[in-house]
Design a protein around this ligand. Structure first.
Ligand SMILES: O=C(O)CCC(=O)C(=O)O
Ligand SMILES: [Fe+2]
Length: 335
């Protein structure tokens, strides 16, 4: 009987030791992540204190159980905290469509080697007039930059999409702004805006870029199902894309003036189409650095109603808007 008690006690001690070690490691990791000792104390020792006052009147065996329980509670709390920290790191590092300066090197280091045949004979954008799905089928999945003139001219979005139209959607759909923070993404380029709410809070004089106002240009993905449903009442998937193409469940808006998007490459898994709804935009495309010796850059100007197709995963790109005009586009991925 004494021996059994002894074994049991040793077993418990061993478990406590294992949990203790895990706890120490978790603590160390948390400290490495910048959580302060004060915060750790607050989480753990507050709980312990309560337990200590109770345990004063209890036997030794119960003492051990309490320590185990407190340690487990602390470990669970710390694991939850760690998960939150890891999730946010992963979201910030990997969930990015267009590059952001702080993760540029990670992405560059993991960018697959380019097959330069994608740009070797490309000296200009391939322009289509009235193109049918059938005629376009041979080009649909190529990395060749293409421009389909006037393909969106008949879309209601050509008239209905404005800064104020989009603002109204975001102000009226519950959870729309939160969806940008949580699942979608905003690219604020050279502006000081930190959220889409900031973008939709600017004074009217800046919206119109009146004299003395600072230019702005932003882009964001729309992944809230209600927002997307309202937007999609005003345009369709480009009619020339293959019937069996896969389409993304989110569409992007880019809106603003002057220097549009800064030179970058996109870390996305599919090709991209973009309909120019307002303003004239000039795209500058630069081949990947590994193909510098055989490929050259191109540039082309897009009119309202045109649809651009660029493999933005391979072509580095920036955009410029004609002076004095506001540009507004809707785009999406397909593949
Ligand atoms: O429309 C723009 O200004 C930039 C768009 C872009 O970078 C993209 O669609 O990947
Ligand atoms: Fe891009």
């Amino acid at each position: 009987m004494a021996e059994r008690n002894n074994n049991e006690f040793e077993g418990k001690q061993k478990n406590i030791q294992i949990l203790y070690e895990k706890f120490v490691i978790l603590n160390r990791d948390l400290l490495n992540f910048g959580v302060s000792i004060e915060e750790l104390k607050e989480i753990c020792f507050k709980r312990r204190k309560t337990v200590h006052t109770v345990q004063g009147s209890q036997k030794n065996a119960q003492h051990s159980s309490f320590i185990v329980a407190v340690t487990v509670v602390c470990a669970v709390l710390i694991s939850i905290l760690l998960k939150i920290i890891f999730d946010s790191i992963i979201k910030n590092t990997l969930g990015t469509r267009c590059l952001l300066p702080n993760n540029y090197f990670i992405w560059e280091a993991t960018r697959p080697e380019t097959n330069c045949s994608m740009c070797e004979d490309v000296n200009s954008v391939l322009v289509f007039g009235n193109v049918t799905r059938d005629e376009f089928s041979n080009y649909a999945y190529s990395s060749r930059p293409m421009l389909v003139k006037g393909a969106a001219l008949h879309w209601p979005a050509m008239k209905t999409f404005t800064y104020h139209f989009l603002k109204e959607i975001y102000q009226n759909v519950e959870g729309a702004y939160e969806s940008i923070e949580e699942e979608c993404q905003i690219l604020t380029f050279k502006t000081e805006f930190r959220s889409l709410e900031d973008v939709f809070a600017m004074p009217e004089s800046r919206v119109l870029l009146e004299e003395g106002e600072k230019p702005w240009y932003v882009g964001w993905s729309n992944c809230h199902p209600d927002v997307l449903a309202i937007m999609r009442e005003h345009y369709t998937i480009p009619h020339f894309l293959p019937e069996d193409a896969e389409h993304a469940h989110m569409d992007y808006i880019f809106i603003g003036y002057q220097q549009g998007a800064v030179m970058h490459i996109d870390y996305i898994s599919r090709l991209m189409w973009q309909a120019q709804l307002r303003g004239h935009k000039t795209w500058k495309l630069v081949p990947p650095p590994d193909c510098d010796h055989i490929c050259s850059g191109i540039s082309f100007r897009v009119d309202p109603g045109d649809i651009v197709l660029v493999d933005t995963r391979q072509w580095y790109h920036d955009t410029h808007i004609d002076a004095g005009e506001m540009s507004l586009t809707v785009s999406s991925e397909y593949g």
